[in-house]
Design a protein around this ligand. Structure first.
Ligand SMILES: [Zn+2]
Ligand SMILES: [Zn+2]
Ligand SMILES: [Zn+2]
Length: 259
């Protein structure tokens, strides 16, 4: 049976978000809502399941903005603050649905979560703290409630990070290098959401040109770029320069990739 999938871009901004605090550049001052970017995250709705990839500092606002009533799982790409800082706010779903939230991450991220949120993992369970069930994954297919998740291992400068493939949808943010072997997992996708920080090179992120070069190799039907800095330029202007199948993503954008 064909499964309809809905992707919502919860945030498409780099770690500082856009606008950047105290910046008066033309992107930060833009009146186009597509130039406002919360920290990067995506929501996947498939087969009556709702998954969120990363819970950055804007997680609460993102859940409110999309009127999300329930989530079934959180998948973490890596432990950087702009991807995990909002995990405390899964409390709302714990409280509403009287359930723990399933969290999927690798061992490095788990260790960081224990440091970041010691009270969540402490033996002394203070009332009202977030309740999560952490499941570790390696670079091997796993499933969440019968939905297959294929991790894609990549390098974010020195840090190994994960992207995910779910059916024909691929999400990979915070990446500077992908091996040939892992690229194979990304091929034939209907939609790829990929890191592209800015135009100039960066040590731990793909630049716009590097992202497009990688996408040419992967040839998805459609691609959206995420984790965007204010230095990228104005949304509409940059999009006019891009090949037709690739665009900058924007917050609240929704796509229905073929599964
Ligand atoms: Zn990041
Ligand atoms: Zn700015
Ligand atoms: Zn990062």
């Amino acid at each position: 049976m064909k499964k309809q999938m809905k992707i919502t871009l919860l945030g498409t901004g780099t770690s500082q978000g856009v606008p950047v605090i105290a910046c008066d550049c033309k992107v930060c001052k833009s009146s186009n809502s597509k130039d406002n970017r919360l920290r990067s995250s995506v929501m996947i709705e498939i087969d009556n399941q709702t998954f969120v990839i990363d819970t950055g500092p804007d997680f609460r606002q993102q859940m409110l903005r999309e009127n999300v009533q329930n989530i079934d799982a959180v998948l973490f790409t890596h432990h950087h603050k702009d991807h995990v800082a909002g995990m405390d706010d899964v409390r709302a779903f714990n409280h509403k649905w009287k359930k723990d939230i399933d969290v999927f991450c690798n061992a490095i991220t788990e260790e960081a979560l224990h440091k970041e949120f010691p009270y969540v993992f402490s033996d002394m369970q203070y009332p009202g703290i977030p309740k999560v069930n952490v499941t570790l994954f390696k670079n091997k297919k796993f499933n969440i409630n019968n939905i297959d998740i294929l991790p894609i291992k990549a390098q974010h400068y020195l840090l190994p990070v994960f992207g995910f493939r779910i059916h024909n949808f691929v999400y990979l943010s915070d990446v500077s290098e992908v091996s040939e072997k892992e690229k194979e997992k990304m091929k034939g996708a209907d939609l790829i959401i990929l890191d592209a920080l800015r135009r100039t090179p960066h040590i731990s992120h793909l630049s716009l040109d590097q992202a497009i070069t990688l996408l040419e190799d992967l040839s998805p039907k459609r691609a959206l770029l995420t984790h965007i800095s204010h230095l990228m330029g104005l949304h509409d202007k940059v999009n006019n320069e891009l090949p037709s199948y690739v665009q900058l993503g924007f917050d609240r954008q929704q796509i229905f990739p073929n599964t």
